[in-house]
Design a protein around this ligand. Sequence first.
Ligand SMILES: Cc1cc2nc3c(=O)[nH]c(=O)nc-3n(C[C@H](O)[C@H](O)[C@H](O)COP(=O)(O)OP(=O)(O)OC[C@H]3O[C@@H](n4cnc5c(N)ncnc54)[C@H](O)[C@@H]3O)c2cc1C
Length: 388
Amino acid sequence: MPLDLNYTNQQKVFREDVRKWMEANVPRQRLKTLECREGFEQHREWERVLQSGDWGMVTWPKAYGGRGCDLIEWLIFEEEYYRVDAPLRVSQNGIFLLGPTLMEYGTPEQKARFLPAMAAGDEIWAQAWSEPNAGSDMAAIRTKAVRDGDEYVISGQKIWSSRAVFADWCFTLVRTDPDSRRHKGLSMILLPLDSSGLTIRPIAQLDGNPGFAELFFDEVRVPVSNLLGPENGGWGVAMATAGFERGLMLRSPARFQRTAARLLELYRQRGDRASPGVRDRVLQAWLDAEAYCLSTYQTASKIMAGGSIGAEASCNKIFWSELDREMHRLGMLLCGDSAELTGESGRALDEGRWLDGYMFSLAGPIYAGTNEIQRNIIAERLLGMPRG
Ligand SMILES: Cc1cc2nc3c(=O)[nH]c(=O)nc-3n(C[C@H](O)[C@H](O)[C@H](O)COP(=O)(O)OP(=O)(O)OC[C@H]3O[C@@H](n4cnc5c(N)ncnc54)[C@H](O)[C@@H]3O)c2cc1C
């Protein structure tokens, strides 16, 4: 499909508006990591500042706290956002995953209740799907919810829930039909994280911060009105959420273009000490970030013309996660003997961003569905190969 790479006047004005606002409002000092309590609250405050300027979630309808922007404007917004190194989005599970799912499956009451508070950063969401024996194989979920009058009573265990130690609510996938197997009989339920009977135990990440949590449900009661989508139809709801996660929004190209630009700058400063071959890898990474950007503009145009993204989302997920890891590996190489200094040391290059980014990039091929699972999807659905 033809792709017009020229911005309209309206898009140029929009870019100018975002740029001016970001330059005036982005925090001057780097916030603490959002994987610790203090940093989490700093990032929540930033979400509130963003929303005060109407930039909380630009693609959402105005009625829910958005600006009603289209996908091209969203890409422009992201480019300006990362250009000034604005903070990571602590509300990402809500605004990028649950928000669009609520718009598709939520009742009018649920949309009115949850979306504005999500856009404003007043309620931050965690995703509670994975279980100790149900990660890649999510259909093996065993946490159960038993109907008791107007309530569900939930018992079981979830794991790897990002920032659930600090967040306010979670969306969880549980088995509501006790006789069901695999994908059938699951439901998506919205649940406050301060519910009675819920124990949240932090798990330290590679950097020592309590970014993950295990959730233990001991007869936790939730009103039936917190069911999202059909009872026992949660698999379809979850697949829509996963589609948003692997699709366009979770990782916009601007994030990787910004890393590529920083990498190029690092190479200019320190490339003379690098081993042969690093130059070509830096160049390739920069080209890949540009290619991912062009490909995303094309996908956005396709979606705006009524198309859909489908299993190509799996190609994107593999591409950006491997690119991110490669760029941070190169960054670590170029940092040389200061690579392992943390930001707190006061002596790290680029305030320790390369080390932080490197550790996080290692998780890219795992979260949002592992890259092995994405390769299975590509093999079966895009290439028509037999199931392995
Ligand atoms: C940074 C990060 C954040 C996360 N945040 C959340 C969160 O907020 N909420 C949440 O619910 N979960 C979260 N997760 C968990 C994540 O979704 C799971 O780790 C992931 O789905 C893999 O599940 P698992 O860890 O149980 O590994 P397993 O499913 O046990 O997989 C182990 C290995 O086997 C491979 N494998 C498994 N099955 C197949 C197959 N059929 N074919 C080929 N290879 C296979 C996998 O690719 C992997 O390499 C997060 C994970 C990370 C790393």
